[in-house]
Ligand binder design. Structure first.
Ligand SMILES: NC(=O)c1ccc[n+]([C@@H]2O[C@H](COP(=O)([O-])OP(=O)(O)OC[C@H]3O[C@@H](n4cnc5c(N)ncnc54)[C@H](OP(=O)(O)O)[C@@H]3O)[C@@H](O)[C@H]2O)c1
Length: 162
């Protein structure tokens, strides 16, 4: 790690789609990968799982419902990286039963994600710094029969598969 390193960060990365994206970033992203989780023990267990696979990431606690937690992460990114190159807003609760759990889903999936964007999007480094950083918008889709995360991303007004 150095302040010149590119850095990618995934929220809610201790399991599920977030963990799978983190694993792929560890394999393919040229820079540091930060695995975040609201629960430190679960986050560190996920980190150990990556390490067992020969992959390397850093851990930082992040509860997207907690503004203090988000700001602590922001300060860490500014101190160690002077910004952020890739933000994957994955953390959230299952929206399948939205009619039953609408309050919890709105709190985390909407207001929590909005709070993360408010604090972290200003840190996103401008394109071209240091080596052509891009900030595409990812749309994750995972039907029940999928073998892994895939979906589409929108970049420069074009939709591509991943
Ligand atoms: N799977 C699908 O088909 C599908 C469809 C539509 C949308 N999504 C969305 O895609 C995302 C990932 O889905 P998934 O199936 O991988 O879900 P998952 O297995 O339930 O994982 C959700 C992750 O978000 C974390 N999280 C929940 N609340 C959080 C908070 N307040 N702060 C930080 N982290 C929090 C969870 O942490 P804990 O382990 O501590 O609970 C967990 O790491 C979710 O936002 C989900 O709503 C998924």
């Amino acid at each position: 790690m150095s302040s010149c390193s590119r850095v990618a960060l995934v929220t809610g990365a201790n399991k599920g789609i977030g963990f799978a994206i983190t694993r792929d970033l560890c394999r393919k992203f040229s820079g540091d990968v930060v695995l975040t989780a609201r629960d430190e023990a679960r986050g560190k267990a996920a980190l150990q799982q990556l390490q067992a696979e020969g992959l390397s990431a850093r851990f930082h606690q992040l509860d997207i419902d907690d503004r203090h937690s988000i700001r602590a992460l922001r300060d860490f990114l500014l101190k160690d990286y002077r910004g952020l190159d890739v933000l994957v807003n994955n953390a959230g609760t299952d929206p399948t039963h939205f009619h039953i759990q609408s309050e919890a889903a709105m709190k985390t999936n909407f207001f929590g994600t909005r709070a993360v964007c408010t604090e972290l999007l200003p840190l996103i480094k401008p394109q071209g710094e240091p080596e052509g950083a891009e900030t595409p918008v990812y749309l994750a889709l995972l039907p029940p029969d999928a073998e892994g995360p895939h979906g589409q991303f929108v970049q420069e007004k074009k939709v591509e598969q991943w």
